[in-house]
Design a protein around this ligand. Structure first.
Ligand SMILES: [Zn+2]
Length: 128
């Protein structure tokens, strides 16, 4: 086989290639997130969202939020991140965040915090 094809591919586009049919229609980088399993399997992420105080504001589109960590519990280079969260008609959450945690783990305290704020009726997660 010819390896020049491989070299021309952008490495950043490799993730998610196996789930093309399940993509969020709004943001290609969005990931399906089960907050239940985050609580169970990535409790560190969930707990960081509980411990941190966040200021969440609506962004330029109804699924977009700007989210600012107040207390420095969430360790990231930028205190303010852009995030997107929607709920599909099937009740699944699709999220994306600009932070490094999301890049690494496909979930992050910011998205958990948005989910928590929604559970407290402090904001609304739009439906697909
Ligand atoms: Zn984040």
């Amino acid at each position: 086989m010819d390896s020049t094809m491989e070299a021309s591919k952008s490495p950043s586009n490799k993730i998610g290639s196996g789930t093309a049919s399940a993509r969020c229609p709004q943001l290609d980088e969005s990931r399906q997130i089960s907050f239940e399993s985050v609580k169970e399997q990535q409790s560190k992420v969930w707990e960081a969202a509980v411990e941190e105080s966040f200021t969440i504001e609506k962004g330029g589109r109804n699924d977009l939020f700007t989210i600012e960590a107040e207390d420095g519990v969430v360790d990231d280079a930028l205190p303010v991140q852009n995030a997107s969260l929607i709920e599909s008609s099937a009740g699944q959450f699709w999220g994306w965040c600009s932070c490094r945690d999301f890049e690494r783990e496909h979930v992050c305290p910011h998205l958990c915090a948005i989910r928590m704020h929604a559970a407290l009726d402090m904001l609304t997660i739009p439906r697909e």
